[in-house]
Ligand binder design. Structure first.
Ligand SMILES: Cc1cc2nc3c(=O)[nH]c(=O)nc-3n(C[C@H](O)[C@H](O)[C@H](O)COP(=O)(O)O)c2cc1C
Length: 364
């Protein structure tokens, strides 16, 4: 089962599965001298960690990261400096309950990857979904923390902007608010509505989809490349690779189809500092695959969790028709914990393009 790597010059290879002893990744390409520390990476893992509110799965994984290679002690206490060699990161799996998954050893959960893994490989670790489990995404978040250190001035932030058909009110968007509620919601009033909505979804043993928005600021002008090296294509690929993601937009995305050319044009003037100034950002900070210097705006749709308590029709590995109901602990809305994962994938794509840009132009 190959294809476990993402990126070119900043290249992340992840390993491990839900119910093995540990998961981890190897981050290759971190420039020598980059300053890191375990607490700096841990901070982002803590945002994705399960069991932090009643709206996420009650699995208790501390997700404590350990750096195994690629660094040496820095000048300050606890500080590490990248040597430029591969950085291996490890996270122990501690809260597995493999018996929860006995029922699906031979039955395929509708909406999950069980059936395609079996049809393709003929072998499948059903415990917790094995490699198809979103447990793997913890390692991406760790890699994303390193990526953020590579691009000077880069700030990547994510927010949940819609659950089911309840979207935030744009005029109330406040990044600070994303830290005040369990949904990464930038709008306090909508967060209250979501709490009610999710309580009812949870009580029914059902699940619900969501939309996540990720905004990267401080992306240097010129990052990206035409055609097959488009920055937006690589961001989209990174986001689409996250479990349960079914749609990605850059800038106005699908809304662009409804705009006229006049409305969609991001007009340009000369700014006071003598550089071009874009008056709007329908393009989401990327033109021709190349960063304009504006915020890079992406959005992705996450489908409802397939683990639900209502039986659904399916088949088993012997070709028998069966009903499947998924027991065990699950997130009623996986979009919530997808927020830090989306941030990480955007940060990794930008760090990769930062190094590629430097390689091709000699400039940062
Ligand atoms: C943070 C996160 C947690 C997830 N937890 C679950 C879960 O508990 N149960 C489940 O059925 N799917 C869960 N998923 C989604 C599955 O991993 C995903 O649907 C499955 O691998 C099939 O892949 P696909 O949906 O991308 O086609 C989760 C996804 C994310 C992003």
């Amino acid at each position: 089962m190959s294809h476990n790597s993402f990126g070119h010059l900043f290249r992340v290879t992840t390993w491990g599965e839900s119910h093995g002893p540990a998961i981890g990744c190897v981050v290759d390409g971190t420039p020598p001298g980059t300053v890191l520390s375990e607490p700096m990476i841990q901070r982002f893992l803590d945002e994705r960690r399960p069991g932090q509110s009643r709206y996420t799965t009650q699995r208790q994984e501390p997700d404590a990261v350990r750096i195994l290679s690629g660094t040496m002690p820095g000048e300050r206490d606890g500080e590490l400096v990248a040597t430029g060699t591969p950085i291996a990161l490890e996270i122990q799996n501690v809260d597995q309950r493999s018996k929860d998954y006995g029922d699906i050893a031979r039955r395929y959960r509708p909406g999950h990857a069980d059936i395609t893994y079996d049809m393709k490989y003929g072998v499948r670790d059903h415990r917790g979904g094995g490699r198809s489990s979103a447990r793997e995404t913890a390692t991406r978040v760790a890699a994303g923390a390193i990526a953020r250190q590579i691009v000077p001035g880069l700030v990547v932030r994510g927010a949940l902007v819609q659950i089911g058909d309840v979207a935030i009110e744009r005029s109330r968007f406040d990044w600070a608010e994303t830290r005040n509620n369990p949904f990464f919601c930038p709008d306090a009033e909508t967060a209250e509505r979501w709490a009610e909505l999710l309580d009812s979804v949870r009580k029914r043993g059902s699940s619900i989809g969501a939309v996540v928005e990720v905004v990267a600021e401080g992306v240097p002008v010129g990052l990206g490349a035409p055609l097959y090296g488009k920055l937006d294509a690589d961001i989209a690929a990174g986001l689409m690779s996250i479990n349960a993601v079914k749609g990605v937009e850059i800038g106005d995305g699908f809304l662009s189809a409804t705009l006229s050319g006049e409305e969609n044009a991001d007009e340009i003037r000369m700014g006071d500092d003598g550089t071009p100034l874009f008056l709007t950002n329908h393009a989401g900070g990327i033109l021709g695959g190349i960063a304009t210097g504006q915020p890079v705006v992406s959005r992705f749709a996450v489908k409802p969790t397939s683990s639900i308590l209502t039986p659904r029709r399916s088949v088993d590995a012997d070709g028998q028709e069966v009903d499947v109901m998924t027991k065990g602990r699950h997130d009623p809305c996986v979009g919530i914990r997808a927020v830090p994962i989306g941030e990480a994938m955007v940060a990794c794509a930008i760090a990769d393009h930062y190094l590629r840009h430097r390689g091709q132009t000699g400039r940062s």
